[in-house]
Design a protein around this ligand. Sequence first.
Ligand SMILES: [Zn+2]
Length: 394
Amino acid sequence: MWWTNPITFVNARVITADGGVLRTLRVKRGRIDGLGVAPDKSDTVVDLDGAVVFPGLINAHDHLELNSQPRLKWRGRYDNAREWIADFQPRFDTDPQLAVARPATLDDRVWVGGLKNLLSGVTTVCHHNPLHRPLRRRFPIRVVQRYGFSHSLHIDGGAVADSHRRTPAGWPWMIHAAEGVDDEARGEITALQRLGCLAANTVLIHGVAMCHLATDVVLRAGAGLVWCPSSNHFLFDCTADVRRFDDADRLALGSDSRLSGEGDLLDELQAAHDTRQLSAEGLTRTVTTGAAGLLRLPGAGRLAVGAPADLTVLRSTEDDPFDALVTASRADVRLTMVGGEPRLGDPAMAAVFSAARTASMPAAVDGAPRIVARWIARHVAGMQVTEPGFEVVH
Ligand SMILES: [Zn+2]
């Protein structure tokens, strides 16, 4: 990255690791080089006009290949996830709405998941399924590479304990758990404890049925929770009580896939905000430091000198910068930068692409003009399924 020109963003609201707000941020050779500093003489200076600079957002739970079909259910409300899976599993081959999810388009479909996340300002996603080949290559955003996982106790049964045992203690191990409102869902925490699967690297997804005692057990083990409120409301009409997980700093937020989730991570932040469980600042933690802690991503989730320049820049819509995040939609994302490389921005960010020596192409998101890194545009041009609302202008 020696060939790139340093960039200083000025007239910004930069959210620092301790919750402070500074006016400038300098990027050099892919890393954050200064916070609250004046630009050097040779820097490319970019005036952000009061926009808010967050650490690149982290989506702690998605199934990247399952974002090309509509949200589906066949009952008004389920009691647990097993019933819902039993409803859609046999329809994968027969329901025309699920036809877009054919194996032949797997590479394209994981890219749709990647684009969905990129467009919403996400710079790192945790994918819950095997690490498909495209996810190990150049991809629109970072994908967590080191993790272990099971789907759930009701799908993987006896293989769950083995999966946990095989996962190195320094990697997160993830499982859908207590996803429902009945005794079966409630019993999963005790079952995981009995199997020896509750540990400091355990990341439970959903936890809707968790009572006060189960939360005690999980937190005592040092495990954490990924909250997916919109998916929970869609299937069960309610969601988890997450406040004690936030107090213990063991909470992250995930969009889940569009099969059950509302949409992207910004939609999920709004759904989380609507539950009134956490403040806007608390919700910001769930997509930055909280997620980085659970997913074992040192250096991610915070703006600090020396950290990789993963940035999400949002249009200033509110006086409080945290309110700006929890009320944002993808139209408000002005720039997504990964490791100093701009990937998607509004046209006013052209100087950032030039300074980073990133070739770009014009694009549109929901009809609004954008600039996208050319290597992403070229890949998108060859895809059979695409992200709705995203167009590359040729
Ligand atoms: Zn899931």
